[in-house]
Design a protein. Structure first.
Length: 261
């Protein structure tokens, strides 16, 4: 436990030094604000840059507030996951490749504490970024389009947070497994994108899946998901996260010998 606390302090200082604690939340907040603002001013934007014939009147249906928040989540599914992968692809692989991990490996090191400290700090920053982004989007959606039920919003954000924890687990597992940060990012993003593509094509055959969490999150803003399917999916996700963490710890220890000296 003492070693975990020391490693957490190391991760905290490192994320302060490389500004991840600031720029990742800032990007998510910006994405959260841009969606409602862009939708609100879209007619004026198209009118000013669209080079349309004089007298053309653009009419767009006003989106529902819930649709705006789902669109914010869509931005996170594209740009947000890419940002997280790029930010944490070198968390373990980068240390091994640069040789900085040697300073840790020459001492008696608890690999569970080592991996968990990195997973915990990455998860804290990712969840902080997602919640700040959603709250920013909620605020501007409320100002420009109307309010959203707070209970539904909290369920929406909490469900998507579980998905983010799964994504962080995949990224750190890839970083522990792959020889460099680039391959870690390619593997984690490829795995997430391909699995989501398969789910979009064949997902009607399995209502219980971690891949359903973004859809179930969006459903909380409406009538809600099927309760049984949602809780089973959440339970499977928790077990999968635990398995990925266990495998990440194992691979961190196994790949320690490949550290550049």
């Amino acid at each position: 436990m003492k070693q975990f606390a020391i490693l957490m302090k190391k991760e905290w200082r490192e994320n302060l030094r490389n500004f991840k604690l600031f720029w990742i939340p800032a990007v998510f907040i910006l994405l959260g604000i841009m969606e409602p603002v862009t939708n609100y001013f879209l007619p004026q934007i198209l009118d000013s840059v669209g080079n349309l014939p004089e007298g053309t009147v653009l009419e767009f249906p006003t989106p529902e507030p819930e649709q705006i928040l789902v669109a914010v989540m869509g931005q996170y599914q594209l740009l947000g996951l890419l940002i997280l992968a790029l930010a944490y692809m070198g968390t373990i692989a980068g240390e091994r490749r640069s040789g900085t991990a040697t300073l840790l490996y020459v001492r008696p090191l608890s690999f569970p504490a080592y991996f968990m400290s990195k997973w915990m700090m990455a998860s804290i920053i990712a969840l902080l970024s997602v919640w700040l982004g959603f709250l920013s989007g909620y605020y501007y959606t409320y100002l420009l389009f109307g309010g959203v039920d707070l209970t539904g919003f909290a369920q929406f954000a909490a469900t998507y947070s579980l998905w983010i924890l799964l994504v962080i687990s995949i990224i750190l597992l890839a970083s522990a497994w792959m020889p460099n940060a680039g391959l870690a990012a390619a593997f984690s993003l490829g795995m997430i994108v391909i699995s989501q593509l398969v789910d979009s094509l064949l997902g009607t055959y399995w209502p219980i899946s971690p891949l359903k969490l973004p859809a179930y999150a969006a459903a909380w803003l409406g009538s809600g998901p099927v309760t049984g399917d949602f809780w089973w999916s959440a339970g499977v996700t928790v077990l999968l996260i635990a398995a990925l963490i266990g495998l990440g710890i194992f691979l961190s220890a196994k790949k320690a010998a490949t550290t550049k000296v």
